[in-house]
Write a protein of this length. Structure first.
Length: 481
């Protein structure tokens, strides 16, 4: 139990950011192999956690933290490689032949050069800023509880990415492909370790073994390329001997990988079965978008209310207007309504354009497509300001059916936003009351004599253009004649 408690503490951005500062002190003492490895591991985990949290949180401190650790991380990589390659030379040639001695001499010289590079990087590393971020960022990370379904959704995204790299590596069998696969599995492992500790408890041994196996393959590839580059082989016999030894060790590890990761009972399958089902992806993807937007949108009550009104209008019109891919369109409207004001965090003037730009940069979460995210950005763009026009390149390049959808959903969102112009939720509900030559809407809480009337009269125009009918907005409940 005590061991488990210690392991459980070795997760989260707070632990690893503090560990970076601890390991820096150890590395500075002598640039030994273990502290260099531990510092690089801590930095990699911090950067990996930041990659995951940045999906949900737009605080610029995450990107600054990643950038601050990048130079130090990269400088440590070369030094770490010399330590690892020396270990492999000892393992592959215990008798220390001429090739081994030449490799060791080269690695000794290289290590001295890299120690100076690492020392300079340590000197430039701003520990005060890092300490500030280590106090600031954990409080933002804990907004999403560990083992949350949205973290499982993120892990599934990492699973898909690693799985695609797995297929490519088995198909191409190149050194680069297996190196990329190692990185993909490492990102998946760190996501599970730091965000889904309950699953990691069962998967940790397998994840570490697979990562280590691929790490050995990469190290052997680097060793061979280094030996070829510096021309250490005294004759063809030595060249062939080392080639066979490296190839043998490499094949042993690739076979271990295949035993675990290929076939109907592979680890890919067992990992996938524990992650969200396909029918959950759409809603979990939307929840991710909500969390991301809430990190920018200060008035979430307004965003929620506008979303409710927009969906009421959509559902009331859905029976009367033929909408292709109706379910997808409803999700698009829902996402655009919740995220329509995220640009307000950057600016007031032209915030609708900034909102569109921020949304457009989102990588579609599993369950969503690139086309849907682009449509969400356009619908959010037209919740206020200028109407859609062929002078706007992003609108002009759409197909005719997509133009109509953007106008239709944008018209609904524009009217829903107008109903909550004062952000007081005074208009509680909107109902589609009548169709035919005129679209009649009942708005509970609306008063015709109020200052809102003129605003609604202007806001309804885009919906009228898409619906091809006048829109009348009436106050109160429907009363019997």
């Amino acid at each position: 139990m005590a061991t488990l408690a210690v392991q459980q503490k070795r997760i989260g951005v707070a632990y690893w950011m503090q560990d970076v500062l601890r390991q820096i002190e150890k590395v500075s003492d002598g640039f030994e192999s273990e502290p260099v490895h531990d510092l690089r591991t801590a930095l990699r985990r911090c950067r990996s956690i930041a990659d995951g949290i940045m999906v949900f949180d737009c605080d610029p401190a995450w990107k600054k933290m990643k950038r601050a650790g990048k130079q130090l991380f990269q400088s440590l990589g070369g030094l770490r490689d010399t330590h690892v390659l020396r270990d492999w030379v000892e393992q592959l040639s215990p008798e220390r032949d001429a090739t081994a001695r030449a490799l060791e001499a080269f690695l000794d010289r290289r290590e001295q050069e890299l120690r100076a590079t690492v020392a300079a990087a340590l000197e430039e590393f701003d520990r005060n800023k890092w300490s500030t971020w280590s106090r600031q960022l954990p409080s933002r990370a804990v907004r999403i509880p560990l083992d949350s379904p949205v973290f499982a959704h993120l892990a599934l995204e990492r699973w898909h990415q690693a799985r695609a790299l797995h297929r490519r590596a088995l198909r191409n069998r190149t050194k680069v492909a297996f190196h990329d696969l190692r990185i993909g599995i490492k990102r998946f492992r760190y996501t599970v370790e730091n965000c889904l500790p309950s699953l990691h408890e069962f998967w940790s041994a397998d994840l570490k073994e697979i990562q280590d196996v691929l790490g050995d393959v990469h190290d052997l590839d680097v060793l061979w390329q280094t030996a070829l580059a510096i021309k250490v082989f005294p004759d063809s016999e030595s060249h062939e001997h080392w080639r066979m030894r490296v190839e043998q060790e490499r094949n042993i590890r690739l076979q271990k990988y295949r035993e675990k990761m290929v076939g109907p009972d592979s680890l890919w399958k067992s990992w996938r079965e524990a992650l969200p089902r396909t029918d959950e992806l759409r809603s979990l993807g939307f929840r991710r978008l909500e969390i991301w937007a809430s990190s920018l949108e200060s008035n979430q009550a307004h965003a929620n209310h506008v979303t409710e009104l927009a969906l009421q209008l959509f559902d009331g019109l859905a029976d009367q207007v033929p909408i292709a891919k109706q379910e997808s369109s409803r999700w698009i409207l829902r996402a655009a309504a919740f995220m329509h004001d995220v640009g307000y965090a950057r600016t007031n003037r032209g915030r609708h354009k900034v909102s569109a730009r921020l949304i457009r940069k989102i990588i579609p979460p599993p369950g969503w497509t690139d086309d849907e995210i682009r449509t969400v950005s356009l619908v959010a763009r037209y919740h206020r300001g200028a109407l859609p026009s062929e002078t706007q390149i992003r609108f002009r390049t759409l197909s005719e059916s997509k133009r109509w959808l953007v106008q239709f959903l944008g018209g609904i969102l524009r009217l829903a936003c107008a109903c909550d112009m004062e952000q007081d939720a005074k208009i509680r509900k909107v109902q589609v009351e009548a169709s035919g030559p005129v679209l009649m809407l009942r708005a509970q809480g609306y008063e015709e004599a109020s200052s809102l009337a003129e605003h609604l009269a202007a806001a309804r125009y885009l919906l009228e253009v898409a619906y091809h009918r006048p829109v009348f907005i009436l106050p109160g409940e429907v009363h019997a004649a």
